[in-house]
Design a protein around this ligand. Structure first.
Ligand code: SF4
Length: 74
């Protein structure tokens, strides 16, 4: 099992805080909407990803447990 970040696009308002917290996992587009570029692969990244989830003002960023086969498939 691994972890995957996901954005609920209905809730996301593009504040961009998530990208500021974990720039190695989430890039921001020109309007500060998130682009997930990588998944947490070690405990430091997982901790930082959880912090970004906790700080999302819209509760739009989710950290999900997923089987490795699904993570690799994207
Ligand atoms: S912090 Fe939350 S609301 Fe802001 S861009 Fe990231 S996912 Fe969207």
């Amino acid at each position: 099992m691994g972890w995957r970040l996901r954005v609920d696009w209905i809730k996301c308002d593009g504040y961009g805080l998530c990208g500021d917290f974990v720039p190695d996992l989430i890039e921001l587009d020109d309007w500060r909407y998130p682009i997930i570029v990588s998944e947490p692969s070690d405990s430091n990244q997982l901790h930082a990803a959880q912090r970004a989830v906790d700080c999302c003002p819209m509760k739009a960023l989710l950290l999900e447990r997923v089987p490795d086969e699904i993570r690799r498939a994207g």
